[in-house]
Ligand binder design. Structure first.
Ligand SMILES: NC(=O)C1=CN([C@@H]2O[C@H](COP(=O)(O)OP(=O)(O)OC[C@H]3O[C@@H](n4cnc5c(N)ncnc54)[C@H](O)[C@@H]3O)[C@@H](O)[C@H]2O)[C@@H](O)CC1
Ligand SMILES: [K+]
Length: 505
C-alpha cells in the first residue's frame, strides 16, 4: 500500500476525475459512506453522534457521513463550524443533498453552545479540516479543537485529525487528538512521524474508488503481511548448510561480548547456514558459550577492544555484519575500512560500526556490493551531522538523502522503521512494540537482517522481512508469555523459531 504526501493525494484525486472520468461528488459519496460504515462498527444506535463540518472537501465528507448515519437510524447532530459562503463545489452539492433529505443542519454561532453540544455527545466525528490544512489552526476551529482535546467523548477523524499536517517537516501545529482515524485511500506520511503519529489514534484506510493503476510508481510503501507472504524465503528440502550463506559477524570486545553473540545467534536462528565470529580473544569464551554453532576468527586487541584487521579469507563470505560491540577505538575504524575494501559481498554496518562509518562514507560510496546502514535516530543524526529532532521531523527526506548520495540501503529504526534503497524507494515497517526498546534489540535485528539478505535475491525485500520478523516476534512474545517490561533481546532470538514456523515453508 502506498504512503502519500498531500500533494500526491491531490494529484491522484485529479487523475481520477480528469483521466478516469470519476466525478468528484462520487468520490466524496464513496469516502463518506466508507467512513460511515466503519463508524457503525464502533458506535451503537443509542449513542449520540456529533458531526463537525468544515469548509473544504473534508467537510463535504462530513455531510455524507451525517446523511448516511441518519438514513440508518443513528442519533446524529450535524454542525457546520464555518460560514455558509465558505462551502463550495462538491461539498456544497452534498450539503444540498443533506438538506434535501430533510435533515437538520446546525450552525456554529456561540462557541459555548457548541461546547455544550460536545458535552452531550458520546461520539464526535471530525470533518472540519483534512489534508488542505495550512499553518496553525485559526479561530474558531482552534478553540473547538482545544475543547475537544480535553473532552472524554470518543473522537473519530475523517482522513486526518483537524490541524495535523499530512506531510513531514511541519513541527509548529496544533491538532486534534483522536481515538480513530479513517483515512481516505492511502496512509499519509505524518502517520509515521514521531511528533504527529499519536494524534491519529488507531487508523485504517478506506477505499473510495480511486484508480490504483493510474498512480505513478509509488515512492513510499507500507510493508504489509501480504508483501511478507509474497517474498519471504522458502526453504528447499534438498538444501545443505552452504546454500543458505556463510555469514561473518565482526565485533565484540572484552567488556561487550554479548552484542556480537546475540547478532550471530539471531543470524543462525533466522536461517544463515554458517556463522563465523571475528572478535578479540578475550571475548571469545563468553561468545562461544552463547553460540557453540559459530566458528571463530581472532582479531588483534588492545585493552580488550579490537584494533587489527582480518588478514585473510574475507572474500569467502556471503555477507558480513560489522560493528556490534566493536568499540570506538581508532583500530576498529581500520577494521571497518579493511572489510569495506577487501570484501565483495553485502556489508551491514551497525552500532559502533556506524560511528566509524562517518569517516568512511567515501569508501562506502565507491563499493560495488551493497552496503546496509542500520542506525537508530541517534546514530543516524551523528552520521548526517544534524540534531536528532531535526532528523525526526523529516526522517523520510533525510533517509533518502543519505541513501541516494552514498548509494546505500538505510534502515532507520524506530516504531515505524523506514527502509530506503539506493534508488530512493522507501518502505515502512511498523511491527514490534516498546518491549524492543532495550539494549541488544539492535544486535538481534542485525543478525536477522544479515541472514535474510543471504536468503533473498532482493536486498530491500530481505530488510523489510527481517524487520517484520523481529517486530512480529516481539509482538507474539508479549501476547503469549512476556510483558513489554521484561522482554529481553535474547528472548526475541529464541522466539524467532515460533514466528518462522508461521512464515517460512
Ligand atoms: N481523493 C481525494 O483526495 C478526496 C478527498 N476528500 C476529502 O477532501 C479533503 C481535502 O479537501 P480540501 O482540499 O478542500 O481541504 P480541507 O477539507 O482539508 O480544507 C481546506 C479548507 O480549510 C481551510 N483551512 C486551511 N487551513 C486552515 C487552518 N489552519 N485553520 C482553519 N482553516 C483552515 C481553508 O480555508 C480551506 O477552505 C481530504 O482531506 C478528504 O477528507 C474526499 O472528499 C474524497 C476524495
Ligand atoms: K478531519
Amino acid at each position: 500500500m502506498n504512503i502519500v504526501t498531500a500533494k500526491e493525494m491531490y494529484v491522484w484525486d485529479r487523475q481520477a476525475m480528469e483521466e478516469a472520468g470519476i466525478d468528484g461528488k462520487i468520490l466524496m459519496e464513496n469516502a463518506g459512506r466508507a467512513v460511515a460504515q466503519n463508524v457503525e462498527k464502533l458506535v451503537d444506535k443509542r449513542q449520540r453522534i456529533l458531526v463537525l463540518i468544515g469548509a473544504g472537501n473534508n467537510g463535504g465528507d462530513g455531510f455524507v457521513i451525517a446523511r448516511t448515519l441518519l438514513n440508518k437510524g443513528y442519533t446524529v447532530r450535524a454542525v457546520q463550524v464555518v460560514p455558509d459562503e465558505k462551502i463550495k463545489g462538491d461539498a456544497l452539492a452534498h450539503k444540498h443533498m443533506f438538506l434535501a433529505s430533510n435533515y437538520q443542519l446546525e450552525h456554529l454561532e456561540k462557541l459555548l453552545d457548541l461546547f455544550q453540544s460536545i458535552d452531550h455527545s458520546d461520539v464526535v466525528i471530525d470533518s472540519m479540516l483534512g489534508i488542505g490544512v495550512e499553518g496553525r489552526l485559526r479561530s474558531p476551529i482552534d478553540q473547538v479543537v482545544e475543547y475537544l482535546n480535553q473532552s472524554k467523548c470518543l473522537k473519530i477523524a475523517v482522513d486526518i485529525p483537524s490541524g495535523v499536517p499530512a506531510d513531514e517537516g511541519v513541527t509548529d501545529f496544533s491538532g486534534l487528538k483522536v481515538d480513530h482515524t479513517f483515512t481516505i485511500a492511502a496512509p499519509k506520511i505524518s502517520m509515521f512521524i514521531e511528533k504527529t503519529a499519536p494524534y491519529f489514534g488507531e487508523w485504517e484506510v478506506v477505499e473510495i474508488g480511486l484508480p490504483t493503476a493510474k498512480l505513478k510508481k509509488a515512492k513510499r510503501k507500507l510493508w504489509e503481511k501480504r508483501d511478507v507472504a509474497a517474498t519471504f524465503p522458502r526453504r528447499n528440502a534438498y538444501a545443505h548448510k552452504g546454500v543458505h550463506g556463510k555469514a561473518l559477524f565482526v565485533g565484540g570486545s572484552f567488556s561487550m561480548p554479548g552484542s556480537i553473540a546475540m547478532a550471530a545467534r539471531a543470524g543462525l536462528r533466522s536461517g544463515a547456514g554458517l556463522a563465523t565470529v571475528a572478535t578479540v580473544e578475550s571475548a571469545w569464551p563468553s561468545v562461544a558459550a552463547h553460540i557453540p554453532e559459530a566458528t571463530y576468527t581472532r582479531v588483534e586487541e588492545e585493552a580488550g577492544s579490537m584494533v587489527g584487521v582480518i588478514d585473510s579469507g574475507i572474500e569467502g563470505y556471503d555477507a558480513i555484519a560489522i560493528g556490534m560491540g566493536m568499540g570506538r577505538k581508532e583500530g576498529a575504524e581500520a577494521m571497518l575500512r579493511n572489510v569495506l575494501e577487501k570484501s565483495t559481498c553485502p556489508v551491514l554496518i551497525d552500532a559502533d560500526g556506524l560511528y566509524h562509518a562517518k569517516q568512511l562514507l567515501d569508501e562506502v560510496s565507491v563499493r560495488n556490493a551493497p552496503v546496509i546502514l542500520t542506525p537508530h535516530p541517534g546514530e543516524m543524526a551523528h552520521l548526517l551531522g544534524i540534531k536528532v529532532p531535526e532528523l525526526l521531523a523529516r526522517p523520510f527526506e533525510w533517509s533518502q538523502r543519505l541513501a541516494s548520495e552514498r548509494g546505500v540501503y538505510v534502515v532507520l529504526k524506530g516504531p515505524a522503521t523506514i527502509i530506503t534503497t539506493p534508488e530512493g524507494t522507501q518502505y515502512v515497517e511498523t511491527s514490534g512494540n516498546a518491549g524492543l526498546a532495550k539494549g541488544g534489540s539492535g544486535d538481534v535485528l542485525s543478525g536477522i537482517l544479515l541472514a535474510m539478505i543471504m536468503q533473498t535475491s532482493s536486498v530491500a525485500d530481505a530488510l523489510c522481512n527481517g524487520c517484520f520478523l523481529h517486530g512480529k516476534t516481539a509482538e507474539r512474545l508479549t501476547e503469549d508469555s512476556h510483558s513489554q517490561v521484561d522482554l529481553l533481546a535474547t528472548d526475541v532470538v529464541e522466539g524467532l523459531s515460533q514466528t518462522l514456523r508461521t512464515f517460512s515453508g
